[in-house]
Design a protein around this ligand. Sequence first.
Ligand code: GLP
Length: 272
Amino acid sequence: MRILIHKDYDSLSKWVAYYIARNINAKKPTPDKPFVLGLPTGSSPIGAYKELIKLYQAGKVSFRNVVTFNMDEYVGLPEGHPESYHYFMQERLFRHIDIPKENINIPNGNAPDLEKECKEYEEKILKVGGIDLFLGGIGVDGHLAFNEPGSSMTSRTRIKTLTLDTRVANARFFDNDVSKVPATALTVGLGTIMSAKEVLIIINGIQKARALYHVVELGVNHMWTGSMLQLHRYGIIACDEEATMELKVGTVKYFKDIERHALENLPDLLTE
Ligand code: GLP
């Protein structure tokens, strides 16, 4: 697993956006051979989405032949609700770039048959050739997407009950009223994420320090589902200094040293 420790959230976001853009360009995607990108919501990727929009506006990357699959969506929230993940993605990324509407996939939390929706979501991913790069964030309890502690490490897209922890954390978006936070969500599984060719997880801020410690320095454990990244062939964590607060000094120095080239050469990423 690679761990890139950036000095702050801004440089982290820039690096993530450049990395995604470079990978898209490297594949030279076409309508028949699109670049397939897994995407998260939440506050963690907002900076990277802003940078991706800038790269698009500067003509450095196009999303015409990119197909996206979002990680998750609440059950029962109307798509137009300002806290639905459909709304979030539209506002934070999709309406600012040239991605065709039909290339966007987000689980439908209002589908009449939710189990069928989950099954078809997985089939759609397979049909398009699998996910090239899955971008993600992490919960304070180390969860990926809505794979709460105790989730099966081989799980696929399904309905999940949200923990009280997660609902309390997300209550800030629902007038600080936990009862307004949906109790269930559709989420890709840990197996879905692990099947991606590459996985890139953003971990920033002091509130994520414990999660980073569990994911990096302790073993693979279903109670910290992000730790499964240790088993991925191409797993990357992009974190900031703040999030490293619980890591050993030696761990921080080690990863800064072996990744110094990648950290120092950000501007060259798109011209390599
Ligand atoms: C939710 C989302 C996750 C996200 C997490 C952290 O649980 N389902 O995909 O990673 O929140 O969110 P934030 O980035 O706002 O800290």
